[in-house]
Each structure stands twice: as structure tokens, then as C-alpha cells.
Design a protein around this ligand. Sequence first.
Ligand code: SUG
Length: 458
Amino acid sequence: MKILFLGCWTVETMTREVNFDGLVGPSHNYGGLSQGNIASMSHGGGVSNPKSAAKQGLAKMRRLISLGLTQAVLPPHERPHIPTLHRLGFAGSDREIIEHAAKTAPALLANVTSASCMWTANAATVSPSADTADGRVHFTPASLSAMFHRSIEHPVTGRVLKAIFADDARFAHHVAVPAGGRMGDEGAANHGRMGAAHGDASLELFVYGRSAFERDEGAKRFDARQALECSEAVAYQHQLKPEQTLFIRQAAKAIDAGAFHNDVVSVANGPALMFHEHAFEDREGTLDAIRAAAEPLGFEPVFLEARADDVSLDDAITSYLFNSQLVTLLDGGMALILPTEAEETASTKAWVDAQIAANGPINEAHYLDLKQSMSNGGGPACLRLRVALSDEELDALGAAVILDDAKISVLEDWVERHYRDRLEPADISDPDLLDECRASLDELTQILDLGSVYDFQL
Ligand code: SUG
């Protein structure tokens, strides 16, 4: 809470964390597209349920609202993405292009049909105004260049963010960091923030897998997706203070075990950092650096660590314990929003129970069914982009994306009318899917008052 003195008026302003969840798109399917993401690799070729996937996501948003949190939504993208197929040489009507791609390049078609933009923790990196030199909220869409199906997201993501955060005086937008080779940026999934309160100047943690240019390979089984140089570029263009910025190397061991993003093995909120013993390459050095950087910012870090003896790396990765949302409630306590897989895994359930019994910062745990997204490697934290906003910044949003119960009901009805119950792998060759997707998005842009953001609308 901040007190502003304006003439004879005293105004109390508050900064809160707003979760922008990705709405699951109508083409949600299991393409087996993500090397290093064990859930995606093992569910490839399965039957998906787009309608229940979208409803599971909306139920999560409803639950967060019921906890008193401010909840917003980001829309899905147009899929299959015809502009990408054009750039790859396909020509003709949209239907002809899909039929042709299905026959001659089925793998490409699968890539341009993925609904992967639902995982908005990868949409962008966001630095709140309390941390930036010009006092604006800064956004850099993630290049996501490690996976082809995700590398086509950032132009539309950038457009959507500009439509929502439209006030140039308060919001600064950058284009994705140049990509190529190993210069990959995966956005907020490899970024966290620690501080006394959301509105206070905080420590920004950038967790990278490797340098884009070093010879040392680090992880052996799977490629690391996030390059140090990309993290540095984002911090630089967001005008962060060097003393409030830490670059931390992700453990190669964690990447090789399937932690393709750091948010699979750690999550930060306020002064708390919840992490697995094997999350960071240099555990002691990381904790010391956080302690040292926190001191001048006036907060004491609270480390909530799961030791490998209590929770194995494999259990952490299959249950997605650390891909929970750690949120601050209105009474100042914290809640964990976890997938039901973390309740069904004995070691992770016991660890969460112990945290609550210890009377530490975590007071409650909520387990939610997100199986449709989880089967592609996306847990509760993957599905949301956190943006800390002051009251004035919240009032300045340029679209109707903040949700309440009534608006969630509108979106549930929209899903009910537009989405299929099931998608088999062969269904992505059906040109009707594109028409269904476009019709649904056209209506959605009106519900959310977004204007024209999709290629087919421009
Ligand atoms: O990038 N899965 C996503 C999951 C992203 C999870 N996000 C965070 N950890 N923040 C990915 O690997 C699978 C798509 C498929 O196989 O159909 C996929 O893209």
C-alpha cells in the first residue's frame, strides 16, 4: 500500500499481482512436439478434449477469484496458423493449404496447429513499474525459438499485450529478443521476483540454462532452452538496476530430468522462494546472492526448499509441485494452487502438508484438476502470466480482460458453443477446425473488447 498526497487529498494506492491466464484454444491437441518436456513427449498422438481443457482453465480462474485475487485472461491464437504456412510456400485457398499440408507436410501442420500459447508463463517477461528506471511496466514477448511450434507465437502475443496495455505513459513494449542458434528466450517461466510486497522495488531473478555461445554443453540429455544472453538483454531493455537483478544458472541435472523451464522446479512470491534442492547449478551461491541482494531492499528471503531425500527430482517433475501458483491472499497469508497430481504423489503431498503444519508463509493448499494441460507439460503456473499492477495501471487497461464470476460464465458459454469435445490426431487435417477457430476468436475479441489482433482480422 502506498499513500499519495495530491493537494489536500490523501489517496491510498495498492499494487496487486494480476494473473493473466491463457485461455485454452479450440485446437488443443497432443502433438508430442516438445523435446525435453516429458509429458508432451509421452502423450503425443493421444486424444485431447479441447472443451474440457478450456473449462478446466476457466475453473482455475474462478477459484482464484473466489480467493479474492484479481484475475485476467489472454486469448488463444488463430490455429492452424495460415500466415506461417504461406511463408513456407503453401498457396491456394485456406482449405486447400490445410489439405495440401496434411498430405505433404503433416509434421508442419501439427506444429502450426498447436494451442501452445495457452501457457502464458511463456508469453513474455514482465518487469513491474516499481523495478524499472522509467517507472513504466515493461514487456518483452518471448521468442520461444527452442521449439518451432512456439516460435510463431510472439508476434501475435506482442499485439495482444499492446492492445491490453495500451497506455504508452504507463506501459513499455519491446519486441522479442533476436533469436537463432541457441539464443532462446522462454519468458516469465525462467523469471521470478522477490521483495517485501508486490509494489516495492524487488529483486528480479533470471534463471538461464546456458550461455548461447559457450562450448560447455551443460545438460546432456535435453537442450537447455533459455540463454543467459537473452535474459541479460531483457533485463537491460527493461531498465532494471544491476544490484536488483540476479542471473542464476539452472541445474543441468534438473534440465536432464525434464525441468525444461525453471518454473518446473521453483516458484517465487513476495519474500518467499520455493525450490527443489537440485533446481540451481550452484545452490549455496544462489541463496547467498539472494540474501545479499535482498538486504538493501529491506526484506529477509524465506527459503522453502524440498530436499531430494524428501521429494525426488522425478516426483517433483511428474507431480509439478513447483509449478504451483504461490499467491498472497488479502489477509497477507499465502496459498498454493497445485495440480491434483501433487496431491496424488505421496512425497509431494507430505511436503505440502508439512509446510502448512510448520506455520510458515504457506497457509493453504488448493488442488485443481488441470489434466488436459498437464498432459502437455503445463501446470497451474504455466497457465498464467503474472503482472504486478498499481490501481492506476489497472484502471488504464485498454481491453475488458479482467474477469469476475459473471464474465467467466460468459466465457464458459462461449467455449460450450464453439469447442469440440474431442480431437483425434487425424482431426487436425480437417479444414473446418480453422473456420471454427476463427469464428470463436472473432466473437472472443468482442467479448474482451480487444479490437483486431489476429492476422485474419487485419
Ligand atoms: O513449451 N508444451 C509446452 C508446455 C509449456 C509449459 N510452460 C511452463 N513451464 N511455463 C512447452 O513445452 C506441448 C505441445 C504438444 O506437444 O502438443 C507444449 O508445447
